[in-house]
Design a protein around this ligand. Structure first.
Ligand code: FAD
Length: 459
């Protein structure tokens, strides 16, 4: 792993443009790489609070058997080099079959190789500097630019700052007693918690998407029985052959019209190909809907979109179909209506979809697998930025308000100078800003925008 570097000394006249990229997961790393390529003078300071640069939340080696949920053929980090990940796997002597689902650890190794490569190419001139610390405050400077303050007390000045902080904390179910949250056997965020200490017995998992399936894989052992609940009780669909199809033709002006058009297209080309065919246009379609229609989509259509869009690798689906899971895992459509502490474990009040009467059940542990809460939850840095009037949540509270090119938008509606965001925090502007095929385009486009803005500012 490259060591954090000391920046070259800079004086007023020789000061080279500097961009701070906060967060070194996929989005931050790729933005940094594109920025370094865009301008040979530019210095990038990549700030990361986690122990490893480049892996982010998704691609740590914690569970070496966890696989990607996107095929190797679609996981290149670069939109213009679609075979890049395959070529890298081949060069490592690994199976580079494009239809395969590589492990997340391999993907993390790939991202670290990209980081090493970027360090090597930029290293001679000291242009990529790694800051192993948490960014806690961003302070505008009188003469332009921002000071990025770090948790250990240091700070540095940059002309522009990119927020690549990932997705926020999961939404906590509102019907939970306060004393539940303090219990070790209530897991509020499975990505930041070691699940190995959870007891055997009955486990309630709230949510039934890909995170639930990861959690079930981590909890897998005899003596445990898992109940997963979600609004509709449907599991993510499974990947299968999906030949590329042209985008659908037909009205898309509202979620209802888009769904009708997509269904017709699915009958002609197959549902997987139909869903994949709209991915390059989702941001455009999302932005074309008035806010009321976007809200309608989130309320009624999102669960269905998610299960068709975020699919399971076939090997994971086959693992879930093992006969043992008939006894150990049940997935039902139900709501959590209350959660309180029992002498040992918890009492949950659940109500099945369509039923008037709830029922109570005891669980030994509870794991919250609902998606990110949205807004600024889990990001004190953003709360402080908002307090300075430099950031606001988007109107649907999915993340940060940004313009279509990634500049933060101020309360006045004006784009902030020198402040940008990339990744899941920008869902308000893009909707699909979660997976590599979307984020690689976003990172490349943001770096181009930022380099243009910087060039304009010094002209
Ligand atoms: C378990 C899991 C599996 C996934 N599998 C796939 C998959 O197979 N295919 C796919 O396409 N997508 C997958 N995804 C989606 C994945 O989120 C994206 O592919 C991508 O990794 C998101 O990267 P990111 O950089 O935007 O966010 P993150 O990976 O979350 O990175 C954000 C980084 O910012 C750092 N950070 C945050 N705040 C600060 C601060 N104040 N100071 C310093 N550092 C900070 C964090 O420590 C973190 O490293 C998966 C996601 C998860 C959670």
């Amino acid at each position: 792993m490259p060591k954090p570097a000391t920046p070259p000394p800079q004086t007023g006249a020789s000061r080279r443009p500097t961009v701070a990229v906060i967060g070194s997961g996929f989005s931050g790393l790729l933005t940094a790489i594109h920025l370094l390529e865009s301008d040979p003078q530019l210095i990038v300071r990549l700030v990361e609070k986690a122990s490893a640069f480049g892996r982010g939340r998704a691609y740590s080696p914690a569970r070496p058997d966890h696989v990607l949920n996107v095929r190797t053929s679609n996981m290149s980090a670069f939109p213009a080099r679609p075979n890049h990940f395959q070529d890298w796997l081949r060069a490592q002597g690994e199976d580079a079959d494009p239809a395969r689902f590589a492990t997340r650890r391999q993907y993390g190794d790939y991202l670290q190789a990209l980081l090493r490569d970027a360090m090597r190419r930029a290293g001679g001139a000291g242009r990529l500097l790694l800051e192993k610390d948490e960014a806690v405050e961003i302070v505008p400077q009188a003469l332009g630019g921002y000071e990025v303050r770090l948790a250990l007390g240091r700070g540095f000045v940059a002309d522009a700052v990119v927020l690549a902080l990932g997705a926020g904390l999961p939404a906590g179910p509102p019907q939970v007693d306060a004393d539940v949250l303090g219990r070790r056997t209530y897991v509020g965020d499975p990505w930041r918690t070691d699940l190995s200490g959870l007891p055997d017995g009955e486990i309630l998992v709230i949510g039934a998407g890909l995170t639930m399936i990861d959690v079930v894989r981590s909890l897998d052992r005899p003596g445990r029985s898992i109940l997963a609940i979600s609004r509709h009780g449907v599991l993510p669909r499974v990947h299968d052959v999906a030949p590329p199809a042209p985008p659908p033709q037909g009205p898309m002006a509202t979620p209802r019209a888009a769904l009708k058009t997509l269904r017709r297209h699915a009958r002609a080309v197959g549902w997987r190909s139909a869903v994949d065919s709209v991915r390059p246009m989702t941001a455009e379609i999302w932005r074309s809907w008035p806010e009321s229609e976007r809200r309608r989509f989130l309320r009624h259509a999102q669960p269905w979109w998610d299960v068709h869009r975020h699919r399971l690798a076939p090997a994971v689906a086959a693992w879930l179909e093992q006969p043992i899971w008939g006894d150990r895992l049940a997935v039902i459509a139900a709501r959590l209506e209350g959660l309180s502490c029992a002498p040992r474990g918890f009492f949950a009040t659940l109500r099945r979809r369509g039923e008037r009467q709830g029922f109570q059940q005891r669980f030994d542990a509870v794991v919250n697998c609902t998606g990110p809460r949205g807004g600024f939850a889990g990001f004190p840095l953003l709360e402080r930025l908002a307090a300075r009037g430099l950031a606001c949540p988007d109107s649907l509270c999915l993340g940060l308000d940004t313009d279509d090119e990634g500049r933060l938008r101020l309360e006045s509606g004006r784009s902030a100078e020198g402040l940008y965001a990339v990744g899941p925090l920008t869902r308000g502007a893009h909707w699909e800003a979660l997976a590599v095929p979307d984020l690689r385009r976003q990172a490349a486009a943001l770096a181009a925008t930022l380099a243009r803005d910087l060039a304009r500012a010094v002209a």
